[in-house]
Design a protein around this ligand. Structure first.
Ligand code: SF4
Length: 358
């Protein structure tokens, strides 16, 4: 079943097109001090290598804004400057070559300042992302809605957006983040019905690796399944590079985009005769930098494994005395058990990958 995507208008950040019929784009944010050009460049490039397509950097002061210039010279992914309250930093970041801004026009000190930011964004052809966070909503909206509800978040976002529209600026993307999965989903659904701007989706402050991945997968997954979301970020209390694997796995699970192999492995049961958990871990490590998309199966018994994993392009099923390697359920090699298994599988995997490339 294909997902019917919400209709959104197309905008471009650097060389990445967002919204419209374009695929959902994976984003993240650096956690380095942006003034530290070397470290920031290193992290941006690691993110890009792991599949990040747009990177946001925090711009806290003028030095950070101007650091964008040397950073841009050493990276290829588009950059978004994350700015709170200070319109001068936004203008400096644009002059330094940033591709987009994340700034809320309602928080930068009035019409004159909004005009300056809008003029600079227009001059540079840059997108402005309005980013509303449930934790920092305007007080009047919190009072009106008796809390930071999804409705309050949507009204806040549209209020900021209107300030840009009033200045004939519509190169806009919107995000609405809450640490509550249900509020996040409700807010995006409401907003999605009220405008056609592309939406950046994610669950904020989702948590550490396990909890953050689960919350993000549920929230982002529900939204994507409903066709909502043009860019996404999995927010984890982790090295941001770790977010990439989760983000791409969410996209893969929904059949939206594919990057790198899918590894299926059986849950093990009373018939398992080998250390399947270690074997699956080894194979996952072996394939962690592979970008080709195919299906690998790691199964715990030779009797049921190949059949259960028939749809895998290549797979291994291990028993105490022997293991088998199969392609699409057909056995292509039988090996003795033990450490031979992994070595033989790696050989067959190399052949398989060479054939695909050839
Ligand atoms: Fe059990 Fe074999 Fe199925 Fe794994 S493949 S769960 S070991 S029956």
């Amino acid at each position: 079943m294909t997902i019917a995507r919400r209709k959104s208008r197309e905008v471009t950040i650097g060389n990445v097109r967002i919204g419209g019929d374009n695929p959902v784009v994976v984003q993240s944010m650096t956690n380095t001090d942006t003034r530290d050009v070397e470290q920031t460049v290193e992290q941006i490039n690691s993110l890009a290598e792991a599949g990040c397509e747009i990177v946001r950097v925090a711009v806290l002061n003028d030095d950070a804004a101007w650091a964008i210039r040397p950073i841009k010279d050493q990276v290829t992914v588009p950059l978004v400057a994350d700015i709170h309250f200070d319109h001068r930093l936004a203008v400096s970041a644009l002059e330094a070559g940033v591709d987009a801004l994340r700034i809320n026009p309602g928080n930068i000190g009035g019409q004159k300042n909004v005009d300056k930011v809008v003029d600079a964004a227009k001059a540079h052809g840059s997108v402005i992302r309005v980013g509303v966070n449930g934790g920092s909503l305007e007080r009047d909206l919190v009072e009106k809605y008796c809390g930071p509800t999804p409705e309050a978040m949507v009204e806040s976002a549209l209020r900021h957006v209107r300030m840009l529209e009033d200045r004939n600026f519509d190169n806009i993307k919107i995000s609405l983040k809450s640490s509550s999965v249900t509020d996040t989903v409700t807010a995006y659904r409401l907003l999605g019905q009220q405008c056609e701007y592309p939406l950046h989706i994610g669950v904020t402050e989702a948590g550490t690796m396990l909890r953050g991945s689960v919350k993000s997968s549920v929230g982002i997954g529900i939204l994507l399944w409903q066709g909502i979301g043009d860019t996404l970020r999995v927010s984890l209390t982790e090295d941001p590079v770790a977010e990439m694997a989760v983000a791409w796995e969410i996209l893969r699970s929904l059949g939206l985009r594919f990057r790198g192999p899918e590894i299926i492995s059986c849950p093990t049961c009373g018939r398992t005769e080998i250390d399947l958990i270690s074997l699956a871990g080894e194979i996952e490590r072996r394939l962690q930098n592979e970008t080709q998309s195919f299906k690998v199966a790691v199964m715990g018994c030779v009797v049921n494994g190949p059949g259960e994993a028939r749809e895998a392009d290549i797979g291994i099923a291990g028993g105490r005395d022997k293991g088998i390697i199969f392609r699409h359920g057909e056995v292509i090699r039988t090996v003795k058990g033990g450490s031979n298994l992994l070595a033989a599988f790696n050989e067959e995997l190399d052949k398989f990958l060479a054939e695909r490339q050839g």
